[in-house]
Write a protein that binds this ligand. Structure first.
Ligand code: FMN
Ligand code: SF4
Length: 441
């Protein structure tokens, strides 16, 4: 064991298996601070626990990568913020912009102290005196619950001041520079990087921006260490992850899995598939479709998923049942993604709109000849052409649909809408009433 690892302090036993992050989950209400500390032990940190170097070393050894979608190494981000040499602000990205995701909301509503522990530990390590929890403006009930947890902690701990900021709802509002725009009194729109948040964040201060689940994992690694973290997962990707599972399964909800779990095992844990599965969408609307026939060989880790052009990203798995129309579902989401462009970059604003329109025409059987080929070309042209990664994600989603649903696209082009087309879309978008709910440890 390394010198740093021996400094990890935990006053409660480490969970031997799963659940880890979802341990103590009570569907009836939030875990109080007393019960949280009873379950996980006291908050470690200086002078008895990890300092900055110790925390960075544990995160590096654990190989923890961000759970907000980009999978950036958590230790490297902490190190970059510390390198700025100025007092930073810690920002909790709780926007959860992906409509099919519900893990962050679940954590903040039921297990807020684990997330706030992670934010507090990061703030302590960096010498930050301020934590800002950024929530979508519509998430009022979650904000009230977080405030109760913050007040509970203020009575017990000193530490950084924790405030809650409401950010306008929107798919790109969760992008980190959009968050910072809002916190700096500008519109919540993405800006070009550099400067990175670790250089210029809130005011003139650098910002550490992490996703809700990332910080919950930080709180566990700080208590129990990287070796414990790596008891689950694969050699390439240690630990556990939260997955928002929906679609054609008996019990949709949020599940905690270890990396490397078979997709079929996850679906079995959710009571099994309700009918056959035509395709699985992994990673949300910036992710990719994978043919349902490949499921037996499919495991939830980025090495396996990369072979299919996908990644677990923010942990979304959607099982599209046989009988649903992959073309109509793709058209529905493509229109949503195009409408969510922040409208600042030409390829994103005009490219996504043209792509969405063509997918819709294809779904209706009204597209001119050569439309699928044109779509494939356009999709390649928008990727990497925006100030943020919104067009890249949308392009990945649509390119995977063109691949996986190629026979259906060809049928729609020849014969027009299929029998399933008139049914309401299964993939959720805001206002569609199909957001994933429920939690399963
Ligand atoms: C269009 C877009 C939307 C995003 N929405 C979210 C979001 O809702 N929540 C989130 O944590 N990260 C979101 N991200 C990623 C953030 O920019 C950032 O990478 C993340 O918050 C960093 O946290 P992590 O390193 O802990 O994952 C989004 C990125 C893009 C390009
Ligand atoms: S790429 Fe799109 S969403 Fe991102 S900043 Fe440009 S216009 Fe806005």
């Amino acid at each position: 064991m390394s010198a740093q690892a021996s400094r990890v302090v935990a006053s409660a036993p480490a969970p031997p298996g799963l659940p880890r992050v979802l341990a103590g989950l009570d569907p009836a209400g939030p875990l109080s601070l007393d019960r949280h500390l009873g379950l996980h032990g006291e908050l470690p940190g200086p002078p008895s626990g990890l300092d900055l170097q110790g925390l960075v070393a544990e995160l590096d050894r654990a190989g923890l990568r961000g759970r907000g979608g980009a999978a950036f190494p958590a230790g490297a981000k902490l190190r970059a913020v510390a390198r700025s040499g100025r007092q930073p602000v810690v920002v909790v990205n709780a926007i959860e912009a992906e409509p099919a995701s519900s893990k962050d909301r679940l954590l903040l509503q039921r297990l807020p102290h684990l997330v706030l522990d992670g934010a507090q530990l990061a703030a302590q390590a960096l010498g930050a005196d301020q934590v800002i929890v950024c929530l979508a403006a519509s998430a009022r009930a979650t904000a009230e619950g977080v405030q109760v947890a913050v007040d509970e902690r203020a009575r017990l701990f000193g530490g950084p001041r924790v405030s809650i900021a409401a950010v306008p709802d929107g798919y790109v509002s969760g992008e980190e520079t959009a968050l910072l725009g809002q916190l700096n009194g500008r519109p919540a729109l993405p800006t070009l990087k550099p400067p990175y948040p670790a250089e210029r964040g809130v005011g003139r201060r650098p910002a550490l921006i992490n996703n809700v689940e990332t910080l919950a994992q930080v709180a566990l690694i700080a208590r129990h260490g990287a070796s414990w973290f790596a008891e689950l997962g694969t050699p390439a990707e240690a630990g556990s992850a939260l997955v928002s599972l929906a679609g054609g399964v008996a019990r949709p909800g949020v599940y905690e899995i270890e990396f490397g779990t078979d997709v079929d095992a996850l679906i079995a844990a959710a009571g099994g598939a309700t009918v056959g599965i035509r395709a699985v969408l992994i990673g949300g609307y910036a992710g990719g479709w994978i043919d349902g026939q490949l499921r037996p060989a499919l495991t939830l880790d980025d090495v396996s998923l990369a072979e299919h052009g996908a990644s677990l990203a923010a942990g979304i798995v959607f099982a599209l049942p046989d009988g649903a129309c992959g073309v109509a579902e793709t058209a529905h989401v493509a229109s949503y993604l195009a409408a969510e462009s922040a409208g600042q970059c030409g390829p994103c604003l005009y490219g996504l709109a043209a792509i969405a329109e063509t997918v819709s025409l294809l779904a209706r059987g009204e597209a001119p000849a050569g439309a699928p080929e044109r779509l494939t070309r356009w999709v390649a042209q928008v990727a990497g052409r925006g100030a943020c990664r919104h067009p890249d994600g949308a392009a990945r989603f649509i390119a995977s649909a063109l691949r996986v649903f190629a026979p259906e696209f060809a049928d729609h082009a020849r014969h027009g809408p299929c029998e399933a087309c008139p049914a309401p879309a299964l993939l959720p978008t805001p206002g569609s009433g199909r957001q994933t709910t429920g939690a399963r440890a």
